[in-house]
Design a protein around this ligand. Structure first.
Ligand SMILES: [Cu+2]
Length: 472
C-alpha cells in the first residue's frame, strides 16, 4: 500500500482538527471554570461540615461497628480554634451542631453517646489532624507510590460528590470504547476479543433466501464470521485529557454458494485501521461526567485483501472482506456518565466520517452510533449492565472497478448500507485491592432487535465482546 503521501495528509488533518477542537472548546472551558469556581466557593464553606461526610454512611458505620474509624480528608479546612467538643459551629449562614471526637467531627446525632466518645482536649485533636489527615490525591501528588495506582477511589471528602472511578461499573459495557478518561499520569492497557456471527440475508427488514438471491446473482454469501483482537492503550495527559490508541487485528471468514450449487470459502486477516482518540472532559460534577471524543483512524488496514475464489487463485475480495476503509476517518463524539451508590448509567454518540476517497476509488459510507446503558453494582467487584445501541451506516460511494457488482451482492456498492438496533447484556468484574488491583475482566453479548439492510446483505445475528483491562 502506498502510505507515504497519505501519512503527511493524516498528520495535517489531525493537527488542524485538534486546533479547531481546542478553539471550539476554549469558551466552553472558560464558562466551566467560572462555574467550578462558584461551586468551590460554596463548597469550601459547606463541605467540611456538610457534604464532606455522608451522614447516612457514617451512621451506618456507627451502627455496625460501634466505633468510628473514619478519617476526614478536609479537616484542615477548619480553623482548629473551632474544634471544641460538643460545640455549635457557625459556618457561613448555616448553624449546626457537631460532635468533636478524637480525630473526627461528626454531625450531632440525636443520641450519640452510646457509640461515640467525646474528648475534652482540643490540643489532642490538633495533633491528630496534623498526623492523620489523609487525602490520597494529595499523597499521589507528593509521589507516594502507595497511592500511584489507577482507578483511585475518591477520598472520603469527595465521595458522594464526584463520579467514582474505582468501581466495576465505572467502565461501560466492554464493547463500548472511549467511554472513560484517566487521571493525569495513569496508563491503561487493554485487550478485547470480538466475535461477530452473520448468517442469512435481508432486503430491508425482510429475510431473503439464498435461492432467491441466486436468481439475481450467480454467487451469494451465506455466512460470515468476523473476529477482532483489539489492543488498546490509554494515557492520562492531564486530569481532563486522555489519549487513547487502538490497534485492531481483524480475521474475516465468508462462506458462499453459487448458482451451480457449489460452495466456497474466502478469508482475510491482518491489522485493521489504527485509531487514535483524544478524550476531553468538560464536566465532572455531581457524580456525573461529560467528555468529548475526538478520534481519527488511519488507513493502515488493507483494502487489497485477496483469496482463492471460483474465478481464480488470487482474486480481489469484495468490500466487506477488506480489513480497512482505505480512508482517513474522523470519529467525533460525546460521552455522558452518571452514578449513584449502586447504579450507574451512560450514553455515547460517535460518528464516523470518511475523508476523501481511497486509493481504489471508493469510500465506505459514513456511520452514526448512539448507545445508552444502565448498570447495577452488586459488590465492590461485580456489576451487570443492560445496553441499547443503534447504528446507521451508508452505502459505499464510488466503486472499485475491479469488482463486478453483478456477480455477488457483496461486490455491489449500493447494497452495503443499513440500520441496526442491538440489546447488550454485560458483566464487569473489577479487582478493588491486592496485587491485581484495578484489573478488569468484562464480557458483553449483543443481540439485534431491529435490522434494516440495503440488501441482499448478510444480517448480524449476535456479537460477543470480552476484554481485559489493566491500569497502573
Ligand atoms: Cu482506560
Amino acid at each position: 500500500m502506498n502510505f507515504g503521501v497519505k501519512r503527511q495528509y493524516c498528520w495535517l488533518i489531525t493537527a488542524v482538527s485538534l486546533i479547531c477542537l481546542d478553539t471550539f472548546l476554549s469558551p466552553v472551558k472558560a464558562e466551566i471554570s467560572k462555574v467550578k469556581q462558584e461551586i468551590n466557593k460554596v463548597s469550601f464553606n459547606y463541605e467540611p461540615l456538610t457534604n464532606t461526610w455522608n451522614y447516612q454512611d457514617l451512621q451506618k458505620k456507627i451502627e455496625k461497628e460501634k466505633t468510628i474509624e473514619l478519617l476526614i480528608a478536609d479537616f484542615n479546612l477548619l480553623n482548629s480554634s473551632e474544634l471544641v467538643p460538643d460545640q455549635t459551629i457557625k459556618l457561613d449562614d448555616r448553624t449546626e451542631q457537631y460532635e468533636i471526637l478524637s480525630s473526627y467531627i461528626l454531625p450531632k446525632f440525636k443520641n450519640p453517646t452510646a457509640h461515640t466518645k467525646q474528648i475534652a482536649n482540643p490540643n489532642e485533636i490538633e495533633k491528630n489532624i496534623a498526623t492523620k489527615s489523609v487525602n490520597s490525591f494529595d499523597k499521589k501528588r507528593q509521589g507516594n507510590t502507595d497511592f500511584l495506582l489507577a482507578d483511585e477511589p475518591l477520598p472520603p471528602s469527595q465521595q458522594g460528590l464526584f463520579w467514582n472511578p474505582a468501581r466495576p461499573d465505572s467502565h461501560a459495557p466492554i464493547a463500548v470504547m472511549g467511554e472513560h478518561i484517566h487521571s493525569e499520569g495513569e496508563i491503561m492497557v487493554s485487550y478485547r476479543y470480538m466475535l461477530m456471527e452473520m448468517e442469512g440475508s435481508l432486503v430491508g427488514v425482510d429475510d431473503i433466501s439464498n435461492e432467491k438471491i441466486l436468481e439475481q446473482y450467480p454467487v451469494t454469501p451465506t455466512r460470515m464470521t468476523m473476529q477482532m483482537h483489539m489492543f488498546g492503550m490509554m494515557y492520562g495527559i492531564t486530569n481532563n485529557l486522555t489519549l487513547m490508541a487502538m490497534l485492531p487485528y481483524v480475521v474475516k471468514d465468508m462462506d458462499h454458494i453459487t448458482r451451480m450449487n457449489t460452495s466456497f470459502n474466502t478469508d482475510s486477516e491482518g491489522i485493521g485501521d489504527i485509531k487514535v482518540t483524544g478524550l476531553y472532559q468538560v464536566l465532572n460534577e455531581n457524580r456525573q461526567r461529560i467528555h468529548f471524543n475526538a478520534g481519527v483512524s488511519f488507513p493502515t488496514g488493507s483494502i487489497e485483501a485477496r483469496d482463492r475464489t471460483p474465478a481464480g487463485p488470487d482474486q480481489l475480495l469484495p468490500y466487506p472482506m477488506q480489513l480497512g476503509s482505505g480512508t482517513l476517518d474522523l470519529h467525533p463524539g460525546i460521552t455522558y456518565l452518571g452514578q449513584t451508590d449502586e447504579w450507574s448509567w451512560g450514553s455515547q454518540i460517535i460518528g464516523t466520517l470518511r475523508l476523501g476517497t481511497n486509493s481504489n476509488s471508493y469510500k465506505f459510507g459514513d456511520q452514526i452510533m448512539v448507545t445508552a446503558w444502565g448498570a447495577r453494582k452488586w459488590s465492590d467487584w461485580a456489576s451487570t449492565s443492560l445496553r441499547i445501541k443503534g447504528k446507521n451506516w451508508g452505502n459505499i460511494s464510488g466503486q472499485d472497478t475491479r469488482l463486478n457488482p453483478n456477480i455477488v451482492p457483496t461486490a455491489d456498492p449500493t447494497r452495503r448500507g443499513g440500520t441496526q438496533i442491538d440489546i447488550g447484556f454485560g458483566l464487569n468484574l473489577f479487582v478493588p485491592e491486592g496485587d491485581l488491583r484495578s484489573g478488569r475482566l468484562a464480557i458483553e453479548f449483543e443481540l439485534p432487535i431491529y435490522r434494516a439492510l440495503q440488501g441482499p446483505q448478510l444480517e448480524t445475528d449476535w456479537q460477543l465482546t470480552a476484554g481485559l483491562q489493566f491500569s497502573f
